[in-house]
Design a protein around this ligand. Sequence first.
Ligand code: 6PG
Length: 472
Amino acid sequence: MSKAHFGLIGLGVMGENLVLNAERNGFSSVVYNRTYSKTEEFLDGRGAGRRIQGAKDLQDFVEKLERPRRILMMIKAGSAIDAVIEKISPYLEDGDLLIDGGNSEFRDTERRVEQLEQKSFGFLGMGISGGSKGALEGPSMMPGGTKSSYDAIEELVSKMSAQVEDGPCVTYIGPGGSGHFVKTVHNGIEYGIEQILAEAYDLMRRVGGLNGSEMADVMARWNNSEELCSYLVEITEGCLRYKDPKDGSDLVERIMDKAGQKGTGLWTVVSALELGAPVPTIYAALNARVMSSIKRQRVEAESILGKTVVRPFHMGSVEDGMAPLMDAVTLACIASYAQGIELLKIGSDQYKYNLQMPSIAQIWKGGCIIRSRLLSRIQSAYRDCPDLPNLFIDPWFSEQLTRRLPGLTAVVAGGVKSGIPLPCLSSTLDYINSYRTGRLPQNLVQAMRDCFGSHTYERVDIDGTFHTDWLD
Ligand code: 6PG
């Protein structure tokens, strides 16, 4: 049998779908899985009748690949990646290329790129977004590492990825761990939008008294608008409309209210804190998941501290798409993108990744979980002004802010009066209000720091650094 173009390690659902995608696009493949029975099962099932061969061990796997070898690892992030690298390295030759397609921590990727290049192998850390369906039909791909490594897979990934009007949803992101850094921030934005939609659901259900189908109708309206048309709004409509086959009630109401996480949201926030990038909406989404996980304490506290009393307020109607709520959701979604992009820009400067915002917006326009029509506007905003300090400064986005701020303010105020937690919506309001306030009260913080710790301060009226004995 002739040598295969492409090798895949790890036949989980993402791995299976990616290899089927590669084969469909003309790349004969070889697959390896730690347990060979899984490989056999795949080759007899979904892989049957395709140009996909199996390998029993890593040496056999490597020998079945044409050179330079292109090997995608779809295995659990962390030590498993290092273990496979160690096991496969003895069989690799100069110029062969390993690609980590999982959600790895970008600093691990940075280290692996360096380590493997010392051995004359290529290593790419490639964020892949789109879930299992995207993996099969065309995901968004975010590869980072050396440019020559990317060149070796450009044809493969350009064909495998989702396609939008201006090209494939893949591009060379930059050196080192940049691909995984961009994927991590993508996931931070994903956390933000998911939580924003969960807060909208909570308000519609508890304040508006809407049932699942009515809320789904609101989502359908939102998904018809330029501002909110997106994959996450589309699937939220589907989730809210779904009925429990057991009794025809809304299935979403039967789900335990505890959200887990696999780490990327946390890494986004940790990176932001380290880099000094403000990401309050994304942080609020992460913290909301943490709060949700302490279910037992929350239930106990409800009986001790008293349940919140919902006071109805104007959120619009299903027919008008709950206009003020739509304002709030729109601004919070824009804030999630704005904060994520600001983090990318600060990270790009710090780590010398040379990230190109219009290209990143383009490859997020299709295939990935945060794909949305807003991304075309984001792409234009950074094309028109590469040094844009914040998305809300762009004329189209600033008009959105001006028009929709009263709605966001009213919704947050109403939620506060009703005791409904709105972490992302209220953080967004604070973010916007802080950002548009020329003088914040941190002058007093500086005074206190100087008072107890002689940390000094600057003045607005005289140049220099000052210290005062405040209590003398
Ligand atoms: C994607 C997703 C995916 C992620 C899941 C789960 O872009 O396809 O981001 O990579 O693993 O969404 O993430 P959490 O478990 O952390 O929510």
